[in-house]
Every structure is written in C-alpha cells, then in structure tokens.
Write a protein that binds this ligand. Structure first.
Ligand SMILES: [Zn+2]
Length: 254
C-alpha cells in the first residue's frame, strides 16, 4: 500500500484510540446522529480546514467545499447541501468563508484557458469585469484580497436569494447567513459585516458592504491591517487574563 495511505491509517487508529480515552462512548454517541448548528461553505483549499481553524468537534459543522467557495443557483450539489442543512438539520447559521491567497481567485484574474474549470471561474471573472475601475487602482495583493471579499459578498447574495433561504425566512425560521474571510498569512478569520437574518437585511447589508468596498484605497487597506494587529493584541491580552474561562475544544485533542 502507498506509504502515505499507510501513515493515514496509522494516524486514524491513534486518533480513534485517543477519542475513546477521553470518552468511552464517543463513537457510540456519534453514531446516534448529527445535530450541527452551522453549515460552513468554504473553499476546497487544503489550508482552510473548517473544523480545525474554528475549534469545532466532529458533529458540530455541516460542511460543503468547492473551488473558491461559490454558491451557484444551478449547482445541484451545493443547493442540495443547503436544502438538507436548512430543512432537515435546521441549522441556525450558514457561513460562507473565502480566504486570502486563493488559487481560484488568482486563476480567474489571468484569463488563461484551463479547460472545464474556466467555466467555474467565469463567475469570478465577471466580478473582475464589474468592478474593474476599483480593482485597477489597487496594488496586486490588495486587488486579490478585495476580489476575495467581493466574492464572499456575492455568494452571500446568491445564497440569500435562493428559494431555499427565501422560503425559510418567509416561514420565520431562525437563520443567519454570514460572510467570513480567512487570512492564510496569520490564521485569523475576519468578519466581513455582510450578513443577514431576513431578505430586507440582505438587500441593505449587501449593498452597503459593496459600496464600502468600492471606496477602498491601498492606504485604507494598509491601515486595516495595522488596526487588526492592534485589535489582535488586545484580544490576546484579554484571553491571557481569562485563562480560567478556557473551554475544552477540538484542538485540545491533539
Ligand atoms: Zn481557495
């Protein structure tokens, strides 16, 4: 057997033994069924594993991943996942998470033909064309980061206008959709402020978010990064002072 697969099997056995050491009923409980409260729609990129970077246990996130975290109305795979999550699992939150240094975002920028995948990336190329004036005014790093953010907003917009979400909101289901961006360079998840709990909020928040993005300059984006470092430092100090409140998390298993 391939060396890598042998290693994976060995790691898996070690992992299963550890779970049982913490909780002898771990797998018995897991086999009873799942009750995740969140659907995560993220990129397939190997550097963005939903459970690990959010400190969630198996069973806590329902996950769908594809190239560049897209929600396309004609994608039966994604739409089936959304329907099951909303109508059967009755999740309270749906997160669309983009990330920096995304291969899909980069590939869409250069307009080279890559066969089948070019059709998928065309959705992102449309974003480039639509916001060309803003994007041309930014340096390359900022340009790609802003397209990542525009793409997250666009997918939240698509999701919120899908028949599944519109129907859920119309019958009063408690459901919030939110956009996040994961910064691969420092491991932080960033709230984008493009979220909604009903159709009216979606209209307002999406339009405001896009309008705000379209005013950004290189200087603004540099300042955002400086402000974030200061905010992270504050949060780190606060956590240090509240160590006794630390809860057990999936990460503690390792
Ligand atoms: Zn990606």
């Amino acid at each position: 057997m391939d060396k890598k697969i042998t290693e994976m099997l060995r790691n898996n056995q070690r992992w299963a033994r550890k779970r049982l050491k913490y909780n002898p009923n771990y797998f018995k409980d897991m086999a009873e069924g799942q009750t995740p409260d969140t659907l995560w729609i993220g990129c397939s990129d190997s550097r963005v594993p939903a459970e690990i970077l959010t400190g969630n246990h198996p069973g806590q996130l329902f996950v769908h991943r594809n190239i560049a975290n897209m929600v396309i109305h004609t994608d039966l795979n994604c739409m089936s996942v959304v329907q099951y999550a909303v109508e059967v699992l009755k999740v309270k939150d749906i997160v669309v998470c983009g990330h920096t240094n995304c291969g899909g975002i980069k590939a869409a920028a250069d307009l080279q033909s890559r066969g089948l995948i070019s059709n998928w990336l065309m959705h992102i190329q449309d974003l480039y064309s639509r916001h060309q004036t803003l994007l041309n005014s930014l340096n390359e790093k900022h340009r790609l980061d802003v397209v990542t953010r525009l793409n997250v907003a666009e997918q939240i917009w698509n999701l919120g206008r899908s028949s599944i979400i519109k129907d859920a909101w119309a019958r009063g289901q408690d459901l919030t959709i939110s956009g996040l961006v994961y910064d691969i360079e420092d491991g932080h998840l960033l709230e984008e402020g493009v979220d909604a709990s009903n159709s009216e909020e979606l209209e307002i928040n999406y339009r405001n978010y896009i309008a705000r993005l379209l005013t950004l300059t290189d200087q603004d984006l540099d300042q955002e990064a400086i402000d974030r470092i200061a905010k992270d430092k504050l949060a780190e100090d606060e956590e240090e002072n509240n160590k006794e409140n630390k809860t057990f998390s999936y990460l503690d298993y390792y």
